[in-house]
Structures are given as C-alpha cells and as structure tokens.
Design a protein around this ligand. Structure first.
Ligand code: IPE
Ligand code: IPE
Ligand code: MG
Length: 266
C-alpha cells in the first residue's frame, strides 16, 4: 500500500509526502532488495559555501559531515560497497589553495574517523592514481587501508585522483603488456577479462548512482561500471545531504524496474 503511494509520488510529485520522515522511509524499504553497491558524486560543496559567503574550503569541510552520516547509514543498512568520488583527475585544474585544503581535509578525516570506521567494521579502500598525491596523504591513506583491512562490513571505496578514462587507459596498457608477454591472447578478451583489469575488479558494478547538486553529468566517474546503474539526481547540495536523502533515493530505487535491456518480468 505504502509502496504504491511512493510509486505514485515518483511519477507525479517532485517532493516526497511531508509525512515521509526517516522512520516511515525505513519501514517502506525492503532490506532484501537494497543495492549492493552505491556510488556517490559528492558535489556542490563550493556552491554551498558560496551561498553563505564563505570560502570553498568551508563547503568541503561541511561535506565531510555528510560523508560521515552516509557511511554510518550504509553501514547500519548493511550495504556492501559505497564508492565516493572525492577527487577527480580533472580536479588538479583548481587553484592550488583549494587542492591543498582538500588534501588536508582527507588526512584529517581519515585520522579522526579511522577508529570509528573500524568500530563499525568498515573497510577503507581507494581507487585512482593515489601515487600522485602528496606523501603525507598517501601515508595516511595507507594507514587507514591497513588498519581496516580485516573488517568485514561496508567497503568504503574512496575515488581519489580518479578518472574513468584514466582507469580505462591503464587497463588497456596492462592488457597490452599481458598480451605482449604471452599471458593473454587477444581472442580471449571479453567483458569479464576487461573488468579484471579495472580498479574495481573486486567490486560488483554500482546498482545506484547518486549525484547531488543538480548537475546532470557523469564527470568522468566509473564510465565502464555505470552501464546499467540506476541514477538518482537531486538539487540538494552535498553538504546538506543527510540520511533522509539517501533513504529517499533507496525508496525510489526500489520502485524502479531494472531490465538490463531485457523485458519486464512477468
Ligand atoms: C565537490 O564539490 C568536491 C570536489 C569536487 C572535490 P565542488 O567543489 O565541485 O562544489 P561545486 O560543484 O563547485 O559547488
Ligand atoms: C565531480 O565534481 C568530482 C567530484 C565530486 C570529486 P566536479 O565538480 O569536479 O565536476 P564538474 O566539473 O562539475 O563536472
Ligand atoms: Mg562541482
């Protein structure tokens, strides 16, 4: 009954019913049909700060609070993988001061949160060319990855100096090398083989992609992996993104029919 109401809402209403608070949404969500893997483009920090007449770094700091909230909820819901886009290969185009602020926030976040993450059984992982990050950032990241490596709960996968095209280029290079060394024949290449050369070789593709802040684009995120991912876009800026928004996205996700190019289930 409630589910039908939400279906109707999805088609006709830009906003969820007023009464749909966290408690209601949690009741509507079917724990058996949650996405295994959620990906988030954490966007809108700069605009959020701008609206308040503050420097962009203020928005990035506020965005960390959202990340904390969302990681906790994913963990509670027993989501298996959460991939968060934190720094793209194109973000180097930003002013050095902003880049520095982002790097030091990352270090601060990991140092401050690692114990809590471990207490919640979260395993930290990173994808992207992190070897190009400053040494202290790499060191802290490795600390977090190592400390949490035996945790069996949520995998918090941080996309850092990540670019979908760079990932594909790297995969193709490795493939080429293996062919040259006689370990792989070109005829043997299929989708599964390509997948094995990606940063995400150990992860299932995301079931749900969330992009806050109102932009309708991929921005070089997980180009291969998003082939059949469900998108959920919201004008809410990332620093304002809270548990309620993720729950709304999950309800919406569960109202959809994923066909993967096939036909409606009968
Ligand atoms: C996302 O927020 C954080 C990073 C890209 C690192 P932005 O900094 O892109 O914020 P907007 O899009 O300018 O509002
Ligand atoms: C995408 O946001 C990258 C991250 C959130 C880390 P951007 O703000 O960099 O993307 P564009 O420039 O708006 O496409
Ligand atoms: Mg942005």
């Amino acid at each position: 009954m409630l589910k039908n109401l939400f279906k109707l809402w999805r088609r006709n209403e830009p906003k969820l019913p007023e009464t749909a608070n966290e408690e209601v949404l949690l009741k509507v969500i079917d724990p058996a049909r949650l996405p295994k893997h959620i990906a988030i483009i954490m966007d809108g920090n700069g605009r959020w700060a701008n609206q308040r007449g503050m420097p962009r770094a203020y928005g990035h700091r506020a965005g960390v609070e959202s990340l904390r909230d969302i990681v906790k909820l994913c963990s509670e819901l027993k989501i298996q993988y959460l991939t968060c886009y934190a720094f793209s290969t194109e973000n180097w185009k930003r002013p050095p001061k902003e880049i520095e602020a982002l790097m030091s926030l990352l270090v601060e976040y990991l140092n401050k949160e690692i114990d809590e993450l471990c207490a919640n059984n979260v395993r930290v992982n990173a994808i992207g060319r992190t070897e190009e990050f400053p040494y202290d950032v790499q060191k802290t990241l490795n600390m977090a990855i190592n400390k949490s490596k035996n945790n069996k709960g949520l995998v918090l996968n941080l996309a850092l100096n990540y670019g979908g095209r760079t990932e594909l280029v790297e995969a193709i290079k490795l493939l080429g090398r293996d062919i040259k060394e006689g370990q792989l024949s070109p005829e043997a290449i299929d989708e599964n083989v390509v997948q094995r050369y990606l940063y995400t070789s150990n992860f299932p593709d995301p079931d749900l992609l969330i992009r806050p802040s109102g932009d309708f684009r991929i921005s070089n995120f997980l180009l291969w992996q998003l082939a059949y991912t469900e998108f959920w876009l919201t004008p809410v800026l990332w620093p304002d993104f809270r548990r309620i928004h993720l729950l709304q996205a999950l309800v919406d996700y569960q109202c959809r029919e994923r066909r993967f190019g096939g036909l409606k289930e009968t």
